[in-house]
Design a protein. Structure first.
Length: 442
């Protein structure tokens, strides 16, 4: 995690203090369930909760010191979970012998990972909600602001800037659903012991822990939770990141000097270039493009983690220690930045109109084509006649309307008034309300 691209809430999920707190809760809930089943004394479970809470209080009061203590133990044990339970035992006392009874390390590690990913997903879903709210507000603001639609980067036909933003809103609405599904996919608990057979731990203990942590029970956990779940989750993060990049790329293009239809907010005192004082660069959306690449880079390692040896190996472990914090923290930051960009986006309707008019009405060529075919002209002849005049207009020789009026072949089918009526912007925006109802309906 890079502090420059980290926000406190998401970063805290991956801090050692949060991980150790979850480890303790898993161990304590398991002991609680064992006491309920008569496997260990009830007094022991109570002592574990009491001593564990004291340990958590010490961890909260002095996180650096307590984490350093656990790390020091791990340098001897060469095992992170044993180092933790040893440290925990210092606060619990003799009853600590019941901690981790029948569990294997993966029970603690994988269930903790499920909790952390669930916490991260909750933040990401909230982030998407804020971005959707910003997109909805700006889309309605510019619902009827005409602009040119482009295909292949070339002028195509008119649309509105609101429709553009509505399309991005719809994408993030889909992404929200994907994140909800992804959260459910990874929110599973495994407390099944070595190789997942429950030989030394009752399945009812797993059910109890899962219920306390708000997780589902993993049907077959071998000795790990199956990594296809995690692959799906990280693939979902990548799709969300791709949607951010799509939005960012649109804004970057619109900010180009030749277009200047919209641009990032440029604050007082901001500098665009160390060499050229006139520069107003789309640095935030360029940054979002780069951050999206980082999030997407987690997908291939996550897919490769699906394949493990037999009931478990730890080839996935080092990978997940990197990609889980990096992908979630980076995406959280990117969603926050994207929301800010949309909220403060400077929009220039007059530039949009100017670009619409720049090619002398060429954007209405399809209307002329269709009108000619409806009047009886063959499609092939109509296309040739329209294209002939469109190419002249493209070269800047005259407006497209004037050229069509002067074309004798077209004049045989369409009067001047009929041609003029075809160059009406309202024709292209008549179904904007329909689009908005589809996108923003409750």
């Amino acid at each position: 995690m890079i502090p420059r691209y980290s926000r406190p809430q998401m970063a805290a999920i991956w801090a050692p203090e949060n991980r150790f707190r979850i480890w303790f809760e898993i161990e304590a809930h398991a002991c609680e369930a064992m006491a309920g089943l008569g496997i260990i004394p009830k007094a022991a479970a109570e002592a574990i909760w009491r001593g564990g809470k004291a340990a958590m209080a010490a961890l909260a009061a002095d996180p650096a010191g307590q984490v350093a203590r656990i790390d020091a133990i791990e340098r001897v044990t060469k095992h992170d979970v044993i180092a933790f339970t040893t440290w925990l035992g210092e606060f619990i006392g003799p009853e600590s012998r019941f901690v981790h009874q029948g569990l294997t390390s993966s029970d603690v590690l994988d269930t903790t990972f499920a909790v952390q990913l669930s916490q991260a997903a909750d933040l990401l879903i909230a982030d998407v909600d804020l971005l959707m709210a910003a997109l909805a507000k700006r889309a309605h603001e510019h619902k009827n602001t005409p602009t040119i639609g482009r295909s292949h980067g070339i002028h195509a036909e008119p649309t509105t800037f609101g429709v553009k933003l509505a399309g991005h809103y719809a994408a993030f609405a889909r992404n929200r659903g994907r994140l909800v599904a992804g959260r459910a996919e990874i929110a599973t608990c495994a407390i099944s012991g070595a190789v997942g057979t429950f030989a030394n731990i009752d399945p009812r203990i797993e059910a109890h822990v899962a219920g306390k942590l708000g997780l589902a029970i993993e049907a077959v956990s071998t000795q790990v939770i199956p990594r296809d779940r995690h692959a799906m989750f990280f693939a979902t993060l990548a799709v969300v990141a791709a949607s951010i990049e799509n939005l960012a790329t649109e804004i970057r293009h619109l900010q180009r000097t030749e277009l200047r239809e919209a641009e990032e907010f440029f604050s007082e005192g901001q500098k665009g270039s160390s060499a050229m004082p006139h520069k107003r660069n789309p640095v935030l959306t360029e940054n979002l493009t780069g951050l999206a690449r980082v999030v997407r880079s987690a997908v291939v390692p996550a897919l490769e983690d699906v394949t493990l040896w037999h009931e478990r190996d730890i080839s996935h472990s080092s990978v997940e220690r990197y990609i889980a914090p990096d992908a979630t923290v980076t995406l959280d930051f990117a969603l926050g930045r994207a929301t800010s960009v949309v909220e403060q986006l400077l929009v220039y309707p007059e530039r949009m109109q100017g670009n619409l008019d720049a090619l002398g009405g060429l954007v209405f060529s399809q209307r002329v084509l269709l009108a000619l075919t409806q009047k009886g002209m063959s499609r092939e002849d109509a296309y040739a006649a329209v294209q002939r005049n469109a190419m002249e207009a493209w070269r800047g020789n005259a407006s497209f309307l004037a050229l069509c009026r002067a074309d004798r072949e077209i004049g045989q089918f369409l009067s001047d008034d009929e041609l003029t009526a075809l160059f009406d912007m309202r024709y292209h925006t008549k179904h904007v309300d329909t689009i908005f109802k589809r996108v923003f309906a409750p």
